[in-house]
Design a protein around this ligand. Structure first.
Ligand SMILES: NC(=O)c1ccc[n+]([C@@H]2O[C@H](COP(=O)([O-])OP(=O)(O)OC[C@H]3O[C@@H](n4cnc5c(N)ncnc54)[C@H](OP(=O)(O)O)[C@@H]3O)[C@@H](O)[C@H]2O)c1
Length: 270
Protein backbone atom coordinates (compact mmCIF):
# COMPACT_ATOMS: atom_id res chain seq x y z
CA UNK A 1 0.00 0.00 0.00
CA UNK A 2 0.82 3.62 -0.08
CA UNK A 3 3.25 6.14 1.04
CA UNK A 4 0.65 7.88 3.23
CA UNK A 5 1.97 9.40 6.42
CA UNK A 6 0.60 8.86 9.92
CA UNK A 7 -0.14 12.57 10.16
CA UNK A 8 -2.35 12.28 7.10
CA UNK A 9 -4.14 9.09 8.05
CA UNK A 10 -7.41 10.79 8.89
CA UNK A 11 -7.46 13.44 6.20
CA UNK A 12 -10.31 12.81 3.79
CA UNK A 13 -9.68 10.85 0.61
CA UNK A 14 -11.74 12.32 -2.21
CA UNK A 15 -12.10 11.49 -5.90
CA UNK A 16 -12.95 14.57 -7.99
CA UNK A 17 -13.76 14.49 -11.71
CA UNK A 18 -13.48 17.50 -14.01
CA UNK A 19 -10.83 19.15 -11.83
CA UNK A 20 -8.81 20.64 -14.68
CA UNK A 21 -10.61 24.01 -14.80
CA UNK A 22 -13.70 25.96 -13.82
CA UNK A 23 -15.81 24.72 -10.93
CA UNK A 24 -13.75 21.54 -10.51
CA UNK A 25 -10.43 23.37 -10.21
CA UNK A 26 -11.85 25.64 -7.49
CA UNK A 27 -13.30 22.62 -5.69
CA UNK A 28 -9.89 20.95 -5.82
CA UNK A 29 -8.17 23.97 -4.30
CA UNK A 30 -10.70 24.16 -1.47
CA UNK A 31 -10.49 20.43 -0.74
CA UNK A 32 -6.73 20.79 -0.43
CA UNK A 33 -6.52 24.08 1.45
CA UNK A 34 -9.58 24.03 3.72
CA UNK A 35 -10.03 20.30 4.32
CA UNK A 36 -6.47 19.05 4.08
CA UNK A 37 -7.83 16.37 1.76
CA UNK A 38 -5.99 13.88 -0.38
CA UNK A 39 -7.53 14.07 -3.83
CA UNK A 40 -7.51 11.88 -6.91
CA UNK A 41 -8.52 13.85 -10.00
CA UNK A 42 -9.75 12.69 -13.38
CA UNK A 43 -9.85 14.88 -16.47
CA UNK A 44 -8.76 14.61 -20.10
CA UNK A 45 -6.48 17.64 -20.02
CA UNK A 46 -4.05 19.03 -17.44
CA UNK A 47 -3.80 22.78 -18.16
CA UNK A 48 -1.11 24.96 -16.52
CA UNK A 49 -3.38 26.32 -13.72
CA UNK A 50 -4.25 22.76 -12.75
CA UNK A 51 -0.61 21.65 -12.96
CA UNK A 52 0.36 24.51 -10.66
CA UNK A 53 -2.02 23.21 -7.96
CA UNK A 54 -0.74 19.65 -8.36
CA UNK A 55 2.84 20.84 -8.03
CA UNK A 56 2.07 23.10 -5.07
CA UNK A 57 0.59 20.26 -2.99
CA UNK A 58 2.75 17.42 -4.29
CA UNK A 59 2.04 13.81 -4.98
CA UNK A 60 1.25 12.79 -1.43
CA UNK A 61 -1.82 15.07 -1.65
CA UNK A 62 -2.88 14.86 -5.30
CA UNK A 63 -3.04 11.88 -7.63
CA UNK A 64 -3.80 13.35 -11.07
CA UNK A 65 -5.12 10.82 -13.56
CA UNK A 66 -5.67 11.75 -17.18
CA UNK A 67 -8.61 10.11 -18.91
CA UNK A 68 -12.19 10.26 -20.07
CA UNK A 69 -14.98 9.95 -17.48
CA UNK A 70 -17.10 8.29 -20.14
CA UNK A 71 -14.83 5.26 -20.16
CA UNK A 72 -15.87 2.60 -17.66
CA UNK A 73 -12.44 0.99 -17.30
CA UNK A 74 -10.80 4.35 -16.58
CA UNK A 75 -13.19 4.95 -13.68
CA UNK A 76 -12.47 1.53 -12.20
CA UNK A 77 -8.76 2.30 -12.51
CA UNK A 78 -9.23 5.62 -10.69
CA UNK A 79 -10.80 3.87 -7.70
CA UNK A 80 -8.17 1.11 -7.72
CA UNK A 81 -5.25 3.54 -7.81
CA UNK A 82 -6.81 5.71 -5.08
CA UNK A 83 -7.19 2.72 -2.77
CA UNK A 84 -3.68 1.49 -3.56
CA UNK A 85 -2.24 4.91 -2.77
CA UNK A 86 -4.24 5.96 0.28
CA UNK A 87 -6.12 2.92 1.51
CA UNK A 88 -9.75 3.98 0.95
CA UNK A 89 -12.27 6.41 -0.50
CA UNK A 90 -14.28 8.81 1.68
CA UNK A 91 -16.03 10.94 -0.90
CA UNK A 92 -16.74 11.47 -4.59
CA UNK A 93 -17.32 14.79 -6.32
CA UNK A 94 -18.63 13.89 -9.77
CA UNK A 95 -18.32 17.21 -11.51
CA UNK A 96 -17.11 16.52 -15.07
CA UNK A 97 -19.67 17.50 -17.65
CA UNK A 98 -20.27 19.35 -20.86
CA UNK A 99 -23.09 21.08 -22.73
CA UNK A 100 -22.22 19.82 -26.16
CA UNK A 101 -23.62 18.83 -28.52
CA UNK A 102 -26.09 21.71 -28.62
CA UNK A 103 -29.02 21.12 -30.96
CA UNK A 104 -32.78 20.90 -31.05
CA UNK A 105 -34.15 17.39 -30.59
CA UNK A 106 -35.42 17.40 -34.21
CA UNK A 107 -31.94 18.07 -35.55
CA UNK A 108 -29.66 16.13 -33.18
CA UNK A 109 -27.16 13.71 -34.62
CA UNK A 110 -28.26 10.63 -32.72
CA UNK A 111 -24.90 8.93 -33.20
CA UNK A 112 -23.52 11.17 -30.42
CA UNK A 113 -26.08 10.09 -27.82
CA UNK A 114 -23.82 7.57 -26.18
CA UNK A 115 -20.82 9.85 -25.88
CA UNK A 116 -22.89 12.61 -24.33
CA UNK A 117 -24.73 10.39 -21.87
CA UNK A 118 -21.52 8.56 -20.98
CA UNK A 119 -19.88 11.87 -20.06
CA UNK A 120 -22.76 13.50 -18.24
CA UNK A 121 -24.63 10.58 -16.68
CA UNK A 122 -23.25 7.06 -17.06
CA UNK A 123 -19.87 8.20 -15.80
CA UNK A 124 -21.44 8.57 -12.35
CA UNK A 125 -22.39 4.89 -12.29
CA UNK A 126 -19.02 3.88 -13.70
CA UNK A 127 -17.28 5.33 -10.65
CA UNK A 128 -19.90 4.95 -7.93
CA UNK A 129 -20.17 1.19 -8.37
CA UNK A 130 -16.49 0.34 -7.76
CA UNK A 131 -16.20 3.03 -5.05
CA UNK A 132 -19.22 1.95 -2.98
CA UNK A 133 -17.52 -0.87 -1.04
CA UNK A 134 -14.99 1.70 0.23
CA UNK A 135 -17.55 4.47 0.80
CA UNK A 136 -19.55 2.07 2.98
CA UNK A 137 -16.58 1.42 5.26
CA UNK A 138 -16.73 4.72 7.10
CA UNK A 139 -13.06 5.31 7.56
CA UNK A 140 -13.61 8.88 8.85
CA UNK A 141 -12.55 10.05 12.30
CA UNK A 142 -16.20 10.67 13.27
CA UNK A 143 -17.29 7.26 12.01
CA UNK A 144 -19.18 8.91 9.19
CA UNK A 145 -19.64 6.90 6.01
CA UNK A 146 -18.95 8.00 2.45
CA UNK A 147 -20.43 10.99 0.70
CA UNK A 148 -21.24 11.42 -3.00
CA UNK A 149 -21.71 14.83 -4.61
CA UNK A 150 -23.24 14.95 -8.09
CA UNK A 151 -22.88 18.25 -9.96
CA UNK A 152 -26.35 18.77 -11.37
CA UNK A 153 -27.74 21.96 -12.87
CA UNK A 154 -30.79 24.18 -13.05
CA UNK A 155 -31.01 22.66 -16.53
CA UNK A 156 -32.23 19.45 -14.87
CA UNK A 157 -35.48 21.27 -14.10
CA UNK A 158 -35.72 23.62 -17.11
CA UNK A 159 -36.55 23.03 -20.77
CA UNK A 160 -33.66 24.92 -22.33
CA UNK A 161 -34.10 24.87 -26.10
CA UNK A 162 -31.09 23.23 -27.76
CA UNK A 163 -29.80 21.63 -24.55
CA UNK A 164 -31.88 18.46 -24.71
CA UNK A 165 -29.17 15.88 -24.04
CA UNK A 166 -27.61 17.93 -21.27
CA UNK A 167 -30.97 18.58 -19.56
CA UNK A 168 -31.85 14.87 -19.77
CA UNK A 169 -28.52 13.82 -18.28
CA UNK A 170 -28.71 16.31 -15.41
CA UNK A 171 -32.28 15.19 -14.61
CA UNK A 172 -30.88 11.67 -14.58
CA UNK A 173 -28.35 12.69 -11.93
CA UNK A 174 -31.18 14.03 -9.74
CA UNK A 175 -32.97 10.69 -10.10
CA UNK A 176 -29.75 8.83 -9.35
CA UNK A 177 -29.39 10.80 -6.11
CA UNK A 178 -32.93 9.93 -5.02
CA UNK A 179 -32.58 6.22 -5.76
CA UNK A 180 -29.07 5.78 -4.42
CA UNK A 181 -29.93 7.64 -1.21
CA UNK A 182 -32.67 5.11 -0.50
CA UNK A 183 -30.55 2.15 -1.49
CA UNK A 184 -27.53 3.19 0.60
CA UNK A 185 -29.29 4.77 3.60
CA UNK A 186 -28.76 1.75 5.78
CA UNK A 187 -25.12 1.56 4.78
CA UNK A 188 -24.78 5.23 5.77
CA UNK A 189 -23.62 6.54 2.39
CA UNK A 190 -25.09 9.97 1.57
CA UNK A 191 -25.60 11.50 -1.89
CA UNK A 192 -26.76 14.87 -3.17
CA UNK A 193 -27.39 16.37 -6.63
CA UNK A 194 -26.26 19.98 -6.37
CA UNK A 195 -27.42 22.95 -8.41
CA UNK A 196 -24.23 25.03 -8.48
CA UNK A 197 -25.72 28.26 -9.91
CA UNK A 198 -24.61 30.09 -13.04
CA UNK A 199 -20.83 30.24 -12.90
CA UNK A 200 -18.17 32.16 -14.76
CA UNK A 201 -16.46 29.22 -16.50
CA UNK A 202 -15.69 27.99 -20.01
CA UNK A 203 -19.14 26.43 -20.15
CA UNK A 204 -20.74 29.87 -20.03
CA UNK A 205 -18.45 31.24 -22.77
CA UNK A 206 -19.32 28.22 -24.89
CA UNK A 207 -23.04 28.87 -24.63
CA UNK A 208 -22.59 32.56 -25.45
CA UNK A 209 -20.51 31.57 -28.52
CA UNK A 210 -22.54 28.64 -29.78
CA UNK A 211 -26.02 29.39 -28.38
CA UNK A 212 -27.11 31.95 -31.01
CA UNK A 213 -29.17 30.26 -33.72
CA UNK A 214 -29.74 27.17 -31.56
CA UNK A 215 -31.05 28.38 -28.21
CA UNK A 216 -34.24 30.26 -27.56
CA UNK A 217 -33.23 33.97 -27.76
CA UNK A 218 -34.89 34.86 -24.44
CA UNK A 219 -33.20 31.98 -22.63
CA UNK A 220 -29.84 32.89 -24.17
CA UNK A 221 -30.29 36.57 -23.29
CA UNK A 222 -30.69 35.68 -19.61
CA UNK A 223 -27.16 34.23 -19.56
CA UNK A 224 -25.76 37.07 -21.69
CA UNK A 225 -27.26 39.65 -19.29
CA UNK A 226 -25.81 37.88 -16.27
CA UNK A 227 -22.39 37.97 -17.93
CA UNK A 228 -22.70 41.61 -19.01
CA UNK A 229 -23.86 42.64 -15.52
CA UNK A 230 -21.09 40.75 -13.71
CA UNK A 231 -23.62 38.38 -12.10
CA UNK A 232 -21.94 35.08 -12.94
CA UNK A 233 -20.69 33.35 -9.81
CA UNK A 234 -16.97 32.99 -9.17
CA UNK A 235 -16.35 29.22 -9.19
CA UNK A 236 -14.97 29.13 -5.65
CA UNK A 237 -18.37 30.07 -4.15
CA UNK A 238 -20.24 26.93 -5.28
CA UNK A 239 -16.90 25.06 -5.23
CA UNK A 240 -16.69 25.55 -1.46
CA UNK A 241 -20.09 23.91 -1.07
CA UNK A 242 -19.18 20.93 -3.28
CA UNK A 243 -15.97 20.42 -1.32
CA UNK A 244 -17.74 20.80 2.03
CA UNK A 245 -20.47 18.33 1.09
CA UNK A 246 -17.90 15.71 0.10
CA UNK A 247 -16.17 15.99 3.48
CA UNK A 248 -18.94 16.78 5.97
CA UNK A 249 -22.24 17.16 4.11
CA UNK A 250 -25.35 16.82 6.30
CA UNK A 251 -26.40 13.19 5.83
CA UNK A 252 -30.01 13.92 6.79
CA UNK A 253 -30.36 15.75 3.45
CA UNK A 254 -29.34 12.67 1.47
CA UNK A 255 -31.15 12.21 -1.84
CA UNK A 256 -31.96 15.88 -2.32
CA UNK A 257 -31.52 18.00 -5.40
CA UNK A 258 -30.18 20.98 -3.54
CA UNK A 259 -29.09 24.52 -4.41
CA UNK A 260 -25.53 25.48 -3.53
CA UNK A 261 -26.87 28.51 -1.66
CA UNK A 262 -29.51 26.59 0.32
CA UNK A 263 -29.50 27.92 3.90
CA UNK A 264 -28.98 24.41 5.25
CA UNK A 265 -25.55 24.41 3.58
CA UNK A 266 -24.52 27.90 4.75
CA UNK A 267 -21.88 26.42 7.11
CA UNK A 268 -20.05 25.01 4.07
CA UNK A 269 -19.76 28.29 2.16
CA UNK A 270 -16.60 30.38 1.74
N1 LIG B 1 -20.87 26.94 -15.50
C1 LIG B 1 -22.14 26.89 -15.17
O1 LIG B 1 -22.85 27.92 -15.20
C2 LIG B 1 -22.75 25.59 -14.71
C3 LIG B 1 -24.10 25.61 -14.28
C4 LIG B 1 -24.67 24.43 -13.84
C5 LIG B 1 -23.93 23.25 -13.80
N2 LIG B 1 -22.64 23.26 -14.23
C6 LIG B 1 -21.90 21.99 -14.18
O2 LIG B 1 -20.69 22.18 -13.49
C7 LIG B 1 -19.74 21.19 -13.90
C8 LIG B 1 -18.41 21.87 -14.21
O3 LIG B 1 -18.60 22.72 -15.31
P1 LIG B 1 -17.78 24.08 -15.51
O4 LIG B 1 -18.77 25.15 -15.57
O5 LIG B 1 -16.67 24.14 -14.56
O6 LIG B 1 -17.29 23.85 -17.00
P2 LIG B 1 -15.84 23.72 -17.64
O7 LIG B 1 -14.98 24.85 -17.22
O8 LIG B 1 -16.11 23.49 -19.07
O9 LIG B 1 -15.22 22.40 -16.96
C9 LIG B 1 -15.69 21.13 -17.29
C10 LIG B 1 -14.80 20.11 -16.60
O10 LIG B 1 -15.29 18.79 -16.92
C11 LIG B 1 -14.23 18.03 -17.45
N3 LIG B 1 -14.73 17.10 -18.45
C12 LIG B 1 -15.64 17.32 -19.42
N4 LIG B 1 -15.81 16.23 -20.16
C13 LIG B 1 -14.99 15.28 -19.65
C14 LIG B 1 -14.70 13.93 -19.98
N5 LIG B 1 -15.30 13.32 -21.01
N6 LIG B 1 -13.78 13.26 -19.24
C15 LIG B 1 -13.15 13.87 -18.20
N7 LIG B 1 -13.39 15.14 -17.84
C16 LIG B 1 -14.29 15.84 -18.55
C17 LIG B 1 -13.29 19.06 -18.08
O11 LIG B 1 -11.97 18.54 -18.14
P3 LIG B 1 -11.19 18.18 -19.49
O12 LIG B 1 -11.75 19.01 -20.59
O13 LIG B 1 -9.78 18.46 -19.13
O14 LIG B 1 -11.46 16.72 -19.67
C18 LIG B 1 -13.37 20.19 -17.08
O15 LIG B 1 -12.48 19.95 -16.00
C19 LIG B 1 -20.36 20.47 -15.09
O16 LIG B 1 -20.92 19.25 -14.68
C20 LIG B 1 -21.48 21.42 -15.52
O17 LIG B 1 -22.52 20.74 -16.15
C21 LIG B 1 -22.03 24.40 -14.67
Amino acid sequence: MSAHTAQNDRSPIIILTGASRGLGLSTLQILLSRYNARVTTLSRSTPPDFQAVVEKYGDDRVLAIQGDVGDQATNAEVVKRTVEKWGGVDGLVLNAGGLEPLGRIADLDLSVLTTCSNTNLHSALYIIQPALPYLRKGRGADGAKGRIVLTSSGASMTGYVGWGLYCMAKSGLNALARVLANEEKEAGVAVWAVRPGVINTDMQSLLRDKGPGVMDPTQLQKFQDMYDNGQLLPPDEPGAVLAGLAVKGPIELTGEYIEWKDDRLSHLRL
